[in-house]
Ligand binder design. Structure first.
Ligand SMILES: C[S@@+](CC[C@H](N)C(=O)[O-])C[C@H]1O[C@@H](n2cnc3c(N)ncnc32)[C@H](O)[C@@H]1O
Ligand code: SF4
Length: 368
């Protein structure tokens, strides 16, 4: 049985203009006590949850943690032999020494926030690293014995040309990575990017161009032997991220740290948002949970439809949606694979709309 642990690290050296994740660029002084709190929080569960088949340090910038700090957290996270342990890292916040330390602590997989390999695009995104940091980080990770390397990319930044995007894809393939996640730049409310777009200082991302970029990514990555396994992620066979699969399959996982989400025993729950409140709660022996919801059968089936339709395995849909399914198949937006329906390339570009249409037609069957 799969079981995951997500550890949120809400610290960054600099906040990127487009990002609205729970992260802070002025609280590095809290990192020590935050790590202690994560360890205590994890210990509350000892014996009460299965050994984890995957652990994911997400951020924020988990590579701001020292190897000893990652080690302390992992020591409190009971795992199966061969568990996948991913650490998200910014390319300019790792080096050979820290990567060797992470590997020794148990990290098996590095997820690098590359975003682009074009200097002008990195500048437009407000990223602090240079393209050479990416190559150095990949070489150092391999040298440290971390074989599984994934890169995150963003397409649609202001001024990014089709040629820039194609070069980024070629460059990451040249590095020989086995897993790529590519996200269309979204303008999140309340971010500096949203204010600049509202003021007319930068253009909002163009949806048609982003669709073209998605199609280009799928074509380049498939030609290189990677397959999409979720709308935004491609992997060589056998290199899919276990933790991500768990999310899309409504699996169980603990959320550790500020703003982390968990899903256990049919209940979705989330922690308090700031590192201070998380540290305080855990220190006082209280639960850091800020809220939770338990989905009833219908809501759970609806969620299963939304999540599984995003994956290459597709969704099983109830018979009563047959008319809509037939229309979407005829429009080449869905295809039937055995008893299931899977999004076509065009369908993937319209995933939210198609999920909404299927939901309205009562397609949520509760089956996975
Ligand atoms: C929250 S970050 C954590 C990883 C690491 N700090 C980094 O940025 O390199 C995870 C990924 O989310 C994506 N992301 C964050 N904000 C986004 C946005 N507004 N639009 C598209 N992708 C975004 C980026 O690709 C990023 O690598
Ligand atoms: S994108 Fe990554 S580095 Fe930038 S602010 Fe968000 S979490 Fe931090």
């Amino acid at each position: 049985m799969s079981f995951g642990i997500y550890v949120h690290v809400p610290f960054c050296a600099v906040r990127c203009d487009y990002c609205d994740f729970a992260t802070f660029d002025d609280r590095a002084h809290l990192i020590d006590s935050y790590v202690d709190a994560c360890v205590s929080d994890l210990r509350r569960y000892s014996g009460a949850v299965p050994a984890a088949t995957s652990v994911f340090f997400g951020g924020g910038t988990p590579s701001l943690l020292l190897p000893e700090q990652v080690d302390a957290i992992l020591a409190a996270a009971r795992r199966t032999a061969g568990a996948e342990v991913t650490l998200e890292a910014n390319p300019d916040s790792v080096d050979a020494e820290s990567l060797a330390g992470y590997r020794a602590a148990g990290v098996t997989r590095l997820s690098l926030g590359v975003q682009s390999t074009r200097p002008a695009v990195l500048a437009a995104l407000g990223r602090t690293h240079r393209p050479e940091h990416v190559r150095d980080a990949v070489v150092a990770a391999r040298g440290a014995g971390i074989e599984e390397i994934s890169v995150d990319l963003i397409y649609g930044a202001s001024g990014e040309t089709p040629h820039d995007w194609r070069s980024t894809l070629d460059d990451v393939l040249d590095l020989g990575v086995d897993h790529v996640s590519a996200y269309s730049l979204t303008v999140e409310k309340g971010t500096p990017l949203a204010r600049r777009v509202a003021a007319g200082d930068v253009d909002a991302p163009d949806e048609d161009r982003q669709a073209d970029a998605y199609v280009a990514a799928d074509s380049v990555l498939s030609a290189a032997g990677m397959e999409w396994y979720e709308i935004s992620s491609w992997a060589r066979p056998g290199h899919e991220c276990r933790q991500n699969r768990l999310y899309w399959e409504q699996g169980d996982y603990l959320g550790i740290g500020a703003a982390a989400h968990g899903h256990t025993a049919g209940r979705r729950w989330w922690n308090v948002r700031t590192p201070e409140s998380y540290i305080d709660r855990v220190h006082l022996g209280e639960s850091p949970e800020a809220g939770s919801e338990t989905l009833d059968g219908a809501a759970r089936a609806e969620e299963a439809l939304t999540l599984s339709l995003r994956t290459r395995a597709g969704a099983s849909v109830a018979d009563r949606a047959e008319v809509v399914v037939a229309e979407l198949v005829a429009a080449a937006l869905l295809e039937r694979v055995g008893e299931r329906v899977v999004l076509t390339l065009r369908g993937r570009l319209l995933a939210s709309d198609l999920t909404a249409r299927l939901s309205l037609a009562g397609a949520a069957s509760g089956g996975r």
